[in-house]
Design a protein around this ligand. Structure first.
Ligand SMILES: NC(=O)c1ccc[n+]([C@@H]2O[C@H](COP(=O)([O-])OP(=O)(O)OC[C@H]3O[C@@H](n4cnc5c(N)ncnc54)[C@H](OP(=O)(O)O)[C@@H]3O)[C@@H](O)[C@H]2O)c1
Length: 507
């Protein structure tokens, strides 16, 4: 604290001077998310003065063209718009571009020369953050070429880190292989496997809710919780990504990463500290406690389906097989619901229901924790069921938390009606939560891996998901249930929860 005027002020975390190198600089993610996030971070003074970006992809662009593309991306997608002209004149100048094919060793020599020149110009001591915003098939070649070009250092100072986009593998074997390929050149602490769900304020708020309040944690177990439902519903279909989706399916695309991360923060034990390894140790323990589903009982625990033609938000939409470029015989699932059991002391016997789908009636992601009813119902009339106590945490949209409970209806008789206590991010804090990518890129720059996925975490979740895929592969001839677009899924999924005496929520 050299400056006495700063004494007593909260210290913002500011990264050390660095160069962010984005592979896939001409891609969709770079334009829509990464560069707008970096611009907003600059605007919020979260980045060091000595900072530069180098984009690399195969278009024969120069720096000016890359800057123009970046500007267009920020004008359209940055959270803080309109773009500030004074700020842009500096920020734009810090963007640089190198053209090259990912498998061409010479591209890495050009990148190296450019980085040396930029380090000298900006006074950057060699710190590098590589971002693989590229097709997953190119991850191994980029890592190998970076390593062989001498662009990766295992030292702590200056540091080298790498952010790897999703999907991280497509099954257990490919995830293990990718981990081995990365570790030929990087140490685990240098690898940042991204899952943008963890960058969402509301997902982090689940940890804050559970571990910074005394009232929830004593109830957060099998003695008081009846069931948990996690829903990630999308109203959209495959939106031009049919080729990718046809290969992936929604179990790979959403459950292995996003929904399992949400499951982890909902169900894990309190970590001993908010440090990367303490938090990730607890997440891995939870994933390891998931009860394996015997292959012959897969249909009793996992329901998959595909959307048929229907109406969503008042519009007629085609079925999945009729989407442009779609395969009329496709068996790829666009809906999946799972009943999971966690074999540990906290959760023994409490079912966790997860579901995610495309072409649902609306876009919503929420966690709903349903508590057990009161043991003795003095107010029940005519056999009416008690109002369930549900704590619902909305991750998107309309981020917030609602507690549903029963209250006496005003009047001479004792009638109980459902009411809500509500917290909304927007109204309580007067601002929208920041973009997930802003938080995650900043954390990687700071060397904080808490919100990134560790090697054992990704392998444990793939281990579980791959078993489901293996069971499905054996059932290839079995008909896939359908659900009309704009509905909450197939009847088979209703049976999954009914067996536990429950219903799916209509969030
Ligand atoms: N877009 C999203 O919203 C989103 C969301 C979550 C995760 N992701 C993940 O983020 C990554 C990037 O996605 P994206 O949508 O941005 O993909 P994209 O639009 O296809 O961009 C890929 C980029 O890599 C470049 N590229 C591909 N092969 C190359 C090669 N051999 N040599 C040089 N450049 C090459 C492409 O250049 P060309 O244009 O010349 O092909 C383009 O710049 C993927 O792993 C994806 O799964 C994306």
């Amino acid at each position: 604290m050299d400056n006495p005027l700063r004494e007593g002020l909260i210290q913002e975390r500011v990264p050390e001077p660095l160069v962010l190198v984005i592979f896939g600089a001409s891609g969709d993610l770079t334009k829509r998310k990464l560069l707008p996030a970096v611009y907003t971070m600059t605007r919020e003074r979260l980045l060091p003065a000595a900072f530069a970006v180098v984009g690399l992809s195969r278009f024969e662009w120069d720096d000016d063209r890359f800057r123009a593309e970046a500007r267009q991306g920020c004008d359209t997608f940055a959270r803080r718009r309109p773009v500030d002209e004074t700020l842009w004149s500096n920020f734009g100048r810090s963007l640089h571009y190198v053209a090259g094919e990912f498998d061409d060793p010479e591209a890495y020599e050009r990148l190296k020369a450019r980085l040396t020149e930029i380090d000298a110009r900006y006074g950057i001591p060699g710190n590098r953050l590589f971002y693989l915003s590229t097709p997953p098939s190119t991850f191994p070649v980029i890592v190998e070429r970076l390593g062989k070009a001498g662009l990766v250092s295992r030292q702590l100072k200056p540091w080298t880190r790498i952010i790897v986009e999703k999907p991280f593998g497509r099954d257990l074997g490919s995830a293990q292989l990718l981990n081995r390929q990365l570790k030929q050149f990087f140490r685990e602490m240098q690898i940042y496997r991204i899952d943008h769900y963890l960058g969402k304020e509301t997902v982090q708020n689940m940890m804050a809710l559970r571990f910074s309040n005394g009232i929830f944690e004593p109830l957060w177990n099998r003695n008081h919780v009846e069931s948990v439902q996690i829903t990630a519903a999308e109203a959209i279909g495959v939106e031009g990504r049919i080729n990718y989706f046809e290969e992936a399916g929604i179990l790979r695309d959403m459950v292995q990463n996003h929904l399992f991360q949400v499951l982890c923060v909902t169900g894990m034990e309190p970590p001993v500290a908010m440090t990367a390894d303490a938090v990730r140790d607890e997440k891995v323990k939870l994933l390891k406690a998931l009860r394996p589903i015997p292959r012959e009982k897969m249909d009793e625990h996992v329901v998959r389906a595909q959307y048929a033609r229907g109406r969503v938000l008042g519009e007629s939409v085609p079925g999945y097989r009729e989407e442009p470029g779609g395969n009329p015989a496709s068996t790829t699932e666009t809906y999946v619901a799972l009943k999971l059991l966690i074999d540990n002391w906290r959760w023994g016997g409490v079912p966790f229901f997860l579901r995610t789908a495309k072409r649902m009636p609306k876009r919503v992601t929420e966690i709903a924790v349903t508590f057990k009813p009161a043991p003795h119902l003095m107010f029940a009339r005519n056999g009416a069921p008690p109002v369930p106590n549900v704590l619902s945490i909305r991750i998107q949209p309309d981020e917030g938390i609602t507690l549903h409970f029963g209250s006496k209806v005003p009047g001479p008789s004792i009638d109980i009606a459902p009411v809500n206590m509500e917290f909304r991010y927007g109204t309580s804090f007067g601002s929208e939560p920041p973009e997930a990518y802003e938080r995650l890129i900043l954390d990687a720059m700071l060397g904080d891996g808490t919100l990134f996925i560790r090697d054992d975490e990704t392998e444990t979740s793939w281990g579980f998901i791959s078993k489901v895929h293996e069971a499905w592969a054996e059932q290839r001839r079995k008909a896939l249930p359908g659900y009309p677009a704009g509905t909450w899924g197939p009847p088979e999924a209703e049976a999954l929860v009914k067996e536990a005496g429950l219903e799916w929520r209509k969030p």
